[in-house]
Each structure stands twice: as structure tokens, then as C-alpha cells.
Design a protein around this ligand. Structure first.
Ligand SMILES: NC(=O)c1ccc[n+]([C@@H]2O[C@H](COP(=O)([O-])OP(=O)(O)OC[C@H]3O[C@@H](n4cnc5c(N)ncnc54)[C@H](O)[C@@H]3O)[C@@H](O)[C@H]2O)c1
Length: 302
């Protein structure tokens, strides 16, 4: 998709981070913008800013893990603007720690937002886009799903997050292949960022009460995971605005894989070689043994 002007973008997680930056670019490109987010104040602020940029805006409070809410988002989008051209299934949350220490509610929350949120977006919007493509040979659409480098690697102590992001890569590759069976007019990409400063390490701010363990304290591995991700995300040098720009560049160039830190692909190569050799998974801290030693010591301390 080369032209965005006058077309429609639907962005989930639009209140912060990559979603908000993508909304800013969409508005600069002259698109109608549907902003979806679960956090009302962030959504209100984003809507006020994007309206101020002079484009048509539809803000919708949506919990992407809820099928009916994403269906209502689809309905509201269609009523106001017709089929969208750019759908960014981007809302996501982080949770770390040793994988066996997640509670049932941890699994339900993170899978609900990170995986089912994307599945609902694909289920609701793709048929609308294909119908628009059938009716109008000049129609073009693009779906971008946000995974992570954790969708191509399985770093330790990142628990269910890795599981959901690997699943989003799988969903997105399947979507790409399936779309190419039926049309040239609608395509898909997957965004795999490495650590970038955003609100992701404060994801618990939007955790619903019914998916929160009453009175549960984080485990040691979860506290360590939080501190490590605070540090890694906080010291990231690539900005969320740059990542959002990469998304638009990839749509223009019809590129599937979108990487914020191509150098991190060396670890993906090592993982692929582990699988193909086959040999056991390589030490993820081989390049920084002191970090691995610290993590092991902290987790094994009495
Ligand atoms: N920042 C990073 O380092 C990084 C790296 C890899 C992948 N990602 C992924 O990028 C995506 C965007 O995250 P970000 O880094 O911009 O973080 P962010 O916290 O700044 O933005 C995420 C947005 O999603 C919203 N959200 C959370 N739960 C929701 C729900 N149930 N329904 C609707 N909206 C919801 C939040 O309110 C927030 O506005 C996520 O999928 C995240 O996993 C981030």
C-alpha cells in the first residue's frame, strides 16, 4: 500500500507507545483514524491530540481480549468509515518470571490480550477488507500484527509473554500465506520489536480485577523479571516513533517482517541452528556471561 491519504486506519493500543505513534503518522498521512484502547484517559488524550491534527477520529474503548468488544469495534468502524485499509493489531501486555510460577489468571490475561486480541482483530476485520477488495479493484488493505523478538526467540524468565508472541508470529505468517491464496489486494506484516522505551513494563496498570489474584505477591523470579525488563526497555535507544515509521515503510514496500533491531537477528540465527543441527538450546547469555551468572545467582539464592 503506497497511498494512505483519505484511507482508514484502525489501531489497537492507540493510547501509548507504538500505537500512539502510529496514530500520529496515520494522521500526518491524512488517514481517518480509529483509536482503540482499554485505558480511557490515555484514549481521551490520544483522541484530543489526533483530532487536533485535523483528521476524522473515532475513539473506541475496547478490551481486545473480549470478542464482543472487538466485534463492536468492527461494526463502529464500518458504520463510520467503511472497511479499513490499515489494521494494526498492536495492543499487548507484558508479564515475566519463571514459566511454572504464572497463575492461571496470568495465563488468561496475557494470552487474552496478546494472542486472542490479535485473533479477534484478524477475525473481525479481514472479511471486511476482502469484501471491499472484491467490490473495488483499487482497494488495498494491510494488516500488521505486533509480536516481538520474543516471538522468534525464547529468552528465559519471560514466561507466557514468549508463548503469546511466538503464537502471534505463527498467526501472522499463516495470515500472510492465506491472504496470498485469495487476493493480491490485502496483505499482512508482523512487527517484531526488541526493547523500546514505552509503557510496556507498566502493563499491570490495565490488568482487570477479575484477572488479578487477590493479595498475591509477585514471586522472586517475577520481581527479577520486572527489574530486568525495566532496565532493558528503559535503556532502549530506538524510539517508539521510529518503530511506527518502520511499520509504514514496510506497508509501502510490502515487507512482511518488521524489525526494530536487525542486529538482534544473530540470536534468531543461533536458535535456528540449534533447531536444525539439532543441538540443545544455546546459552542466551553467551555474549554477556556476567548477566547470566547474576540471574542464576539471584534465582538460586536461599
Ligand atoms: N516496548 C517494547 O520494548 C516492546 C518490544 C516488543 C514488543 N512490544 C509489543 O508492542 C505492543 C505495544 O506495546 P508498547 O510497547 O507500545 O506498550 P504501551 O504499554 O506503551 O502500549 C500498549 C497499549 O495497549 C493498551 N492495552 C493494554 N491492554 C489492552 C487491552 N486489553 N485492550 C486494548 N488495549 C490494551 C494499553 O492501554 C496501552 O495504551 C505490545 O503488543 C507489546 O507486547 C513492545
Amino acid at each position: 500500500m503506497k497511498n494512505f491519504k483519505g484511507r482508514t486506519a484502525v489501531i489497537t493500543g492507540a493510547g501509548s507507545g507504538f500505537g500512539l505513534e502510529a496514530a500520529r503518522i496515520a494522521a500526518r498521512e491524512g488517514m481517518n483514524v480509529v483509536l482503540a484502547d482499554v485505558q480511557q484517559d490515555a484514549l481521551d488524550n490520544a483522541a484530543a491530540e489526533i483530532v487536533g491534527m485535523g483528521v476524522a477520529v473515532l475513539p473506541v474503548r475496547v478490551d481486545v481480549s473480549k470478542a464482543a468488544e472487538v466485534e463492536a469495534l468492527g461494526e463502529a468502524t464500518y458504520q463510520r468509515f467503511g472497511a479499513p485499509h490499515f489494521v494494526f493489531n498492536n495492543a499487548g501486555v507484558g508479564a515475566g518470571g519463571l514459566i511454572w510460577e504464572h497463575t492461571l489468571k496470568d495465563w488468561e490475561w496475557v494470552i487474552g490480550v496478546n494472542l486472542m486480541g490479535v485473533a479477534h482483530g484478524v477475525r473481525v476485520f479481514t472479511p471486511m477488507m476482502l469484501e471491499a477488495a472484491k467490490k473495488d479493484p483499487t482497494y488495498e488493505g494491510h494488516i500488521v500484527n505486533t509480536a516481538s523478538m520474543a516471538g522468534l526467540l525464547n529468552p528465559p524468565n519471560m514466561g507466557v509473554y514468549n508463548v503469546t508472541k511466538n503464537a502471534v508470529v505463527s498467526l501472522s505468517e499463516t495470515l500472510y500465506q492465506d491472504l496470498s491464496l485469495v487476493t493480491e489486494q490485502v496483505s499482512a506484516s508482523v512487527l517484531c520489536p526488541f526493547f523500546v522505551p514505552t509503557g510496556i513494563t507498566q502493563s499491570h496498570r490495565n490488568r482487570p480485577d477479575e484477572l488479578t489474584e487477590k493479595g498475591a505477591k509477585p514471586t522472586r523470579s517475577q520481581l527479577i523479571g520486572q527489574a530486568m525488563s525495566d532496565k532493558a526497555v528503559g535503556s532502549g535507544k530506538v524510539t517508539a516513533a521510529q518503530v511506527a515509521q518502520l511499520v509504514f515503510d514496510a506497508m509501502r514496500e510490502r515487507r512482511f517482517y518488521i524489525y526494530s533491531h536487525p542486529k538482534a537477528l544473530a540470536s534468531v540465527q543461533t536458535r535456528m541452528e540449534d533447531i536444525l543441527t539439532p543441538r540443545n538450546p544455546s546459552d542466551p547469555f553467551a555474549g554477556k556471561p556476567e548477566i547470566g551468572a547474576q540471574l542464576r545467582a539471584a534465582l538460586r539464592a536461599p
